[in-house]
Ligand binder design. Structure first.
Ligand code: UD1
Length: 384
């Protein structure tokens, strides 16, 4: 049996790491070996967006890198399909495994099905209902054509059934990213917050705030085009950060490359560079981000993965989006996250009310650190 697993962008790495480990462990214990190849499309290529994740999560170096790089969505998807088709024609795998909802997920599932190769989607069934998001298009297409759909929660399974997908193609396996969190929790816990800041601080012209206690801080991450690509949306967020958040607490803002570019393009970067209560950080490694999440008072974010990790760690989470494909993480479903969109009055209200909240870890069914084993079993047992 031959598998090709695919990764492309940062959020894929924490999803593939446990799966690759499960395959290796199967090969140690079983006579029926799996010939496994890892393909990196190359959408994310910087050390901070890719390399450190391979290293820290002990993902073996990719067997094949398609070298797709940055570009428009169509360029990324098109180049990936052209290059991945060549790989499939040479390698002829039995299964292609895709994870999450990035451009690699869409491009490689479509290419696999056009080559008549079975495709498994890990993290299937998530729906934001917002077709203006590239990720929603990627999720819809990938799920429509994949053979085996492995879901992180029961709402995701219901979504697929409602779209008419037959039961034999759907299996609820839990959240594979939480396997990575559980594997790395202890190691991350041993890191020191002030070391993380020193190593990653961008605005280091500020005096390092050595007299501050790093036990009561807020974290901000932003990268969605809907939040960062328009000045009329990004500027009020910057003003809110300076005028409200930094007046109340120390803020750590980790800057995604897209966000940094846009802040610079809109002449907003200087505005955030010289505030004593705002520490600007480069994109953090997996372990560093996990540690920061373990200690944060509140996280403000537009990331789906962080929303999930906040639930397991109990960090109050304000999601800067009008919708989410991960409703199980919301307060109305027993989670820690609240949707605030990018309306400043909403964000402000949620910010002050979250400041009063205590850290309270949540339990979500099958987010237990053993999802990868269930994924592998589902693929091996699959009968079409
Ligand atoms: C992609 C995913 C998104 C995911 C996010 C996490 C899609 C459609 N989007 O968005 O779902 O949440 O990754 O980061 O696949 N860049 C670098 N270095 C890199 C990679 C990118 O500087 O290693 C720059 C690019 O030049 C580009 C920007 O970052 O300007 C955005 O990269 P891109 O790959 O277009 O998508 P993301 O916004 O990261």
């Amino acid at each position: 049996m031959k598998f090709i697993s695919v990764v492309g962008a940062r959020p894929n790495f924490m999803k593939i790491a446990p799966f690759v480990k499960a395959v290796f462990s199967h090969n140690i214990h079983s006579k029926n070996k799996i010939n496994h190849l890892l393909v990196h499309t190359g959408q994310h290529y910087d050390d901070r967006m890719s390399g450190t994740f391979f290293e820290q999560l002990e993902i073996p170096e990719a067997d094949i890198n398609l070298g797709v790089g940055s570009g428009s969505h169509s360029e990324q998807v098109g180049k990936t399909m052209i290059e991945f088709e060549k790989v499939l024609k040479t390698e002829k795998p039995d299964w292609v495994i895709v994870v999450g909802d990035v451009n690699a997920t869409l491009a490689c599932s479509v290419t696999a099905k056009k080559e008549n190769i079975k495709c498994c989607h890990i993290e299937a069934g998530l729906r934001s209902g917002d077709i203006s998001m590239a990720e929603e298009i990627n999720r819809l297409v990938t799920d429509r054509i994949s053979d085996l759909l492995l879901t992180p929660d029961i709402i995701a399974s219901q979504n697929l059934r409602q779209e008419g997908i037959p039961d034999y193609r759907i299996q609820f396996v839990g959240n594979i990213m939480i396997d990575t969190l559980e594997t790395n929790r202890t190691k991350a816990g041993k890191l020191n917050v002030s070391d993380i800041l020193k190593k990653n601080m961008i605005n280091n012209s500020l005096l390092f705030p050595k007299n501050k206690l790093f036990n009561d801080f807020v974290v901000l991450t932003l990268h969605r085009p809907s939040n960062v690509d328009k000045k009329e949306v990004l500027e009020p967020i910057v003003n809110f950060v300076i005028n409200e958040v930094c007046k109340e607490r120390l803020l750590f803002w980790t800057l995604h490359p897209r966000t940094r570019k846009m802040l610079e393009a809109f002449n907003l970067f200087n505005k955030i560079l010289y505030n004593d209560n705002l520490i600007l950080l480069e994109p953090l490694s997996y372990l560093e981000m996990l540690k920061i999440n373990m200690e944060a008072r509140i996280i403000l974010t537009d990331s789906g993965g962080l929303q999930e990790e906040c639930n397991v760690l109990g960090t109050p989470c304000i999601t800067l989006r009008p919708n989410t494909e991960r409703p199980v993480t919301l307060k109305e479903h027993g989670g820690v996250s609240v949707l605030a969109g990018n309306n400043i009055e909403n964000i402000k209200k949620e910010f002050y009310s979250s400041l009063k909240e205590k850290r309270l870890p949540r339990h979500i069914d099958l987010w237990d650190g053993h999802t990868a084993e269930r994924c592998l079993k589902a693929i091996l047992d699959f009968k079409s």
